[in-house]
Design a protein around this ligand. Structure first.
Ligand code: SF4
Length: 429
């Protein structure tokens, strides 16, 4: 391809793993002489890095393909669809606007795929992109420690589109972190669909976490996502012992009823989840705890939904990502009898959001008047800057600070649900 036709732009949907993968795609293309540009109008190749976790995400991608089709009529661009939706729906290639389709394990071949017409590439199921280290803008960086998932939660499409669990070698993870720190990165976020299943030649997640925490220059160390069935208490000890570890845990519970958890194939009970939280809070009393909740699972009764509400009231999560069930074709839950109307699911979701939003506000109010050590992360949308505490919370400040600075901030008030503060000298959390 001529240099003039090698400008690419990637539009990313979905989770942090997809954001990381966008960095991988970008590195692969740049190594082959392709040039990244900031918007689709300046690009010769537009790549949609897609998500298949919810129907809504797929609908957004379809809408974007059609709007890009109008650009394609004016300008000779190539349109590629990659990622989870691409793996789930190879027939996307039949859409006239789409030139190539590639799953999450096929990115190494993109330079070849782009040059051909009408290609679907499934990729290598053992791919781990081990030596490709994306460097995005900013002082925070993701590092994938594993790819894929073997858990087959009954509602989830991820194991089908991202393949089996593969843990990356310890040494290259450590080298990648050292490289990122040398580039000025302050916060490392280790990524895996289930980080607690990480295992490379007998090294488990808690040990890996300790090794990364010991790397000089890692100011803040974070990780996503944990599965309640695999929680290892050694991990809590590492979180308590290492100064640069965040005292933050995202622990998706999904539902507060044992029958529903069993149908979801989650392999823990509500009682076990409560016990994990109790132990976590006894080791890390100031921990920030967030979760995922899925309402309206097939067959969920009003009483079972109320069990979820009761759990939320009891645990008092600092934040929650809340969704209503939508069947993903190919998963077990899509075959279950789903008698609940959309109206009923929406009603339950609204009720849950109301309760959780009140709790978020109450939790954030507990921060008022307290000082927190934090890193200035990025400009805030409404002016000023967002700082991140070692308890994983964001505080807005309007003063003149520099991104990357470690500062102490006293929370003075809430703007909506966002804590707002002023900088302080010599005071720490
Ligand atoms: S652990 Fe469950 S919800 Fe998470 S990616 Fe794997 S199958 Fe999906």
């Amino acid at each position: 391809m001529e240099k003039e036709s090698k400008r690419f732009h990637i539009i990313t949907y979905g989770c942090q793993m997809n954001q990381y993968d966008t960095g991988i795609i970008s590195e692969i293309l740049k190594n082959e002489g392709y040039i990244p540009v900031n918007n689709e109008r300046d690009a010769d190749i537009v790549i949609l890095n897609t998500c298949a976790v919810r129907e809504h995400a797929e609908k957004r991608v379809m809408g974007r393909i059609h709007s890009l089709g109008r650009l394609k009529k004016r300008k000779n661009i190539k349109i590629g669809v990659v990622g989870c939706m691409a793996k789930r729906l190879p027939e996307l290639l039949e859409i006239p606007e789409v030139d190539f389709v590639a799953g999450p394990d096929a990115y190494r071949n993109l330079p070849v795929i782009i040059g051909r017409e009408g290609v679907f590439e499934e990729g290598n199921p053992f791919e781990d992109y081990n030596e490709i280290w994306p460097l995005n803008e900013g002082i925070s960086a993701y590092v994938s420690i594993s790819r894929g998932c073997d858990n087959f939660c009954s509602y989830c499409i991820v194991p089908y589109v991202r393949g089996p669990l593969r843990s990356r070698p310890v040494d290259t993870i450590l080298e990648e972190v050292e490289y990122l720190v040398a580039q000025g990165v302050k916060e490392i976020i280790l990524l895996g669909q289930n980080v607690n299943e990480y295992n490379y030649k007998g090294v488990g997640f808690a040990s890996l976490l300790g090794m990364v925490a010991d790397i000089k220059g890692v100011e803040m160390l974070n990780f996503l996502t944990s599965h309640p069935k695999d929680i290892d208490y050694n991990m809590f000890m590492v979180m308590a012992e290492k100064k640069n570890m965040v005292r933050y845990l995202h622990l998706p519970v999904q539902a507060g009823n044992n029958r529903i958890l069993k149908l979801m194939n989650r392999h823990y009970t509500v009682e076990e989840y409560r016990d994990t939280v109790r132990r976590l809070r006894s080791i890390l009393p100031d921990v920030t705890l967030t979760t995922d909740l899925l309402v309206g699972f097939p067959g969920e009764t009003e009483k079972e939904f109320m069990d979820t509400l009761a759990l939320v009231e009891d645990i008092r999560f600092d934040h929650a990502f809340m969704f209503r069930f939508s069947p993903r074709p190919g998963t077990l839950a899509a075959l279950m009898e789903d008698k609940l109307t959309d109206e009923e699911k929406i009603k339950r979701l609204r009720k849950l959001i109301d309760v959780q939003n009140r709790i978020i506000r109450e939790r954030n109010k507990e921060m008022l008047g307290k000082s927190f050590r934090c890193i200035v992360m990025k400009p805030a949308k409404k002016g000023g800057y967002l700082c991140k505490t070692w308890t994983g919370k964001y505080i807005a400040v309007s003063e003149n600070v520099n991104i990357g600075d470690v500062i102490s901030v006293k929370v003075t008030h809430l703007r909506g649900n966002t804590p707002v503060g002023i900088t302080q000298k010599d005071k720490e959390e």
